[in-house]
Each structure stands twice: as structure tokens, then as C-alpha cells.
Design a protein around this ligand. Structure first.
Ligand SMILES: [Zn+2]
Length: 321
């Protein structure tokens, strides 16, 4: 299972769980005793302060070992050098201690006043969130991704899928013809939460394809990453009705391999890649299997797959695009 790291930029009263108190009549549900620890299943994301099940393992920013983009200090430098004064002196790309900013688009002045302190409610969030953008960051692991974005680039991210699809030297051919992913020693243990995990790309050969008019070559992502991403996609499409569970398609139903025209991009509500937004980007790359992710997510949404249930093998995946 590939962990989803949720470093959280949608601000909400994180961790606050609202318990509705009802007058206790005989036969009514009992209110948990004060001090009772509320159970977590470990697959929850947080949306406007609510815990939402995703069916895949999730490490929240507030969990042990989580990556917290709300923190203003650098995460991976000696603690005495982590503060903002040292950070901005040492890293020129860091311009503000906050790696996130507030989304104002689509909000009225009254709504803006409501949420400027972090007070998003679910209906308001559902009104403005209409796209789920997928990236490929070439960092290799969630830990490395957070390190680069947070400590070096003044950026933040909502979800990181652990063990990303990194660089050529990470891939070696095994005797049985499979391709094995090995994390270089320079990244230590890699920070992968599943101990002893060895990743294999869904297709052993590198995949060639055109994105943004350029021919590119890329190893595929792992079945574990696809499964986790499908669950997360289904979860977000369910929670946010404006995110249609689909990708940008051409007249024949194939994924559009380039930036969408401005007007179409503005109107688009659904799942899309970074390259659909900017001409100077090609992630998530030609190997990314849009049809598999979306088909699996739609099956989950239609009740075909219960959260966390075993999914069809990757052998059923359509090959190539
Ligand atoms: Zn990107």
C-alpha cells in the first residue's frame, strides 16, 4: 500500500471533531464519556475540519511523522537553523515563512471575511474546489518532495503519494524480468512507511509518449501508487461534486496530451495533469495511466469497490495511450 501524505493547505479547524450533544432519552445513542479517544481508521483525510474516509492509508500532517506545511520553519535542517531568519538568509527562494496562501477566487467579500481565519465550511469549500491536479515531482519519495517544496522552494502541496516515480538510476532489472525500484543510499531509508517495501513499475519497460508535443520517456508508476491514487481520486470526487471523475479528453475520448486552451481550462471541472495547465510542464508524464485511475475511481464511486477492498490486478490495465 502506498501511503498518501496529506500536508494540508485547505485550512480548517484541523483535528476538531464536532460531537453533537443530544438530550439523553432511554434508547438514544449515548454520548462518549469525556476523555474518550475518538477512533481513527488511518485512512482519513480532513476536509473543512471533518474526517473523510478514503479507503487508502493516509498520514495526516498532524500524525506522528507527518509533514506539516503549516509550520513556518524548515523541516530538514538542524533545529537551531530552522527558524525563518536563518532560513531566508540561507535559501534565496524562500520569500515568506508561509508556504501556502489563501485562495480568494470565487469568494464574495463576506465569504472572504469568514474564511480568512481558516473558517471554511464544507458547502463553501465545495463551491470553489473544482479541479484535482496531478503532478510528478521527480523527487522520488514523499520525504524528499516535502524537503524540496517546503525547505527550498517556498511551496506547499496537498497530497503526496509515497514513493514517487523518480530517476533512471533507481531502476534495475531483476532476473525474472521485473524492474525493481531502489532508493539511493543518499536518501537514507527513504522514509517509506511500509517497512521493506520494494516497488516495481506497473509496466517493466520505460514508456514512450508525447506530451506538449515532445517525445518523452518515463518508467510507469507502481500498482500501489495507482491504487492509492484511485482511492484518493474517488474520495475527492465524492466530497467535491464540482470535481468530475474524469480527465480532459479529445474527440475520441483519449487524454489530451497538452495544455488546454485558456477558456476550456477555466471552465474545466475534474481531474487533470500539470501539463494541462502550463505549456512549460510535462508532468505527470506519458506513462501515467489516466484511464486506469479514472476507471478504478469510478468503480469505487459506483459501489463496485468498497474502500480498502482489493482491486483488479494491473494486468487488466489498458496498455499505452
Ligand atoms: Zn507539477
Amino acid at each position: 500500500m502506498s501511503d498518501v501524505f496529506y500536508s494540508a493547505r485547505w485550512k480548517g479547524p484541523a483535528g476538531l471533531i464536532l460531537i453533537s450533544f443530544s438530550i439523553m432519552f432511554s434508547g438514544c445513542k449515548t454520548t462518549p464519556a469525556p476523555g474518550t479517544v475518538s477512533a481513527r481508521q488511518g485512512d482519513e483525510i480532513v476536509v473543512a475540519g471533518r474526517m473523510v474516509h478514503s479507503g487508502t492509508r493516509v498520514v495526516l500532517w498532524m500524525d506522528p511523522g507527518g509533514y506539516d506545511a503549516y509550520r513556518v520553519e524548515r523541516r530538514f535542517v538542524p533545529l537551531e537553523k530552522a527558524g525563518w531568519e536563518d532560513s531566508k538568509a540561507e535559501v534565496s527562494a524562500l520569500r515568506t515563512p508561509n508556504r501556502y496562501s489563501m485562495r480568494r477566487a470565487g469568494l464574495t467579500d463576506v465569504e472572504l471575511e469568514q474564511v480568512r481565519g481558516g473558517g471554511w465550511d464544507l458547502p463553501l469549500l465545495q463551491k470553489v474546489v473544482d479541479q484535482f491536479v496531478i503532478h510528478f515531482d521527480v523527487c522520488g519519495t514523499s520525504r524528499q518532495c516535502f524537503k524540496v517544496l517546503h525547505d527550498r522552494r517556498d511551496l506547499s502541496v496537498h497530497f503526496m503519494l509515497d514513493l514517487d516515480n523518480p530517476l533512471k538510476e533507481w531502476y534495475t532489472r531483476e532476473g525474472n524480468g521485473a524492474t525493481r525500484i531502489t532508493i539511493p543510499g543518499s536518501l537514507g531509508d527513504g522514509g517509506i512507511r511500509t517497512k521493506g517495501f520494494v516497488g516495481h513499475p506497473a509496466r517493466p519497460e520505460p514508456v514512450t509518449g508525447r506530451v506538449q508535443g515532445q517525445e518523452l520517456i518515463q518508467y510507469d508508476f507502481t500498482p500501489e501508487q495507482y491504487r492509492a491514487l484511485s482511492k484518493l481520486t474517488a474520495t475527492l470526487c465524492k466530497v467535491f461534486p464540482k470535481i468530475k471523475c474524469d480527465y480532459p479528453r479529445d474527440g475520441e475520448g483519449k487524454v489530451i496530451p497538452e495544455k488546454l486552451p485558456d477558456e476550456r481550462l477555466k471552465e474545466y471541472g475534474g481531474v487533470l495533469g500539470h501539463y494541462h495547465i502550463q505549456t512549460n510542464k510535462n508532468d505527470p508524464g506519458p506513462a501515467f495511466q489516466w484511464d486506469y485511475v479514472i476507471e478504478q475511481a469510478q468503480r469505487t464511486l459506483n459501489g463496485g469497490l468498497s474502500p480498502g477492498a482489493a482491486q483488479t490486478s494491473m494486468g487488466h490495465m489498458r496498455q499505452g495511450h
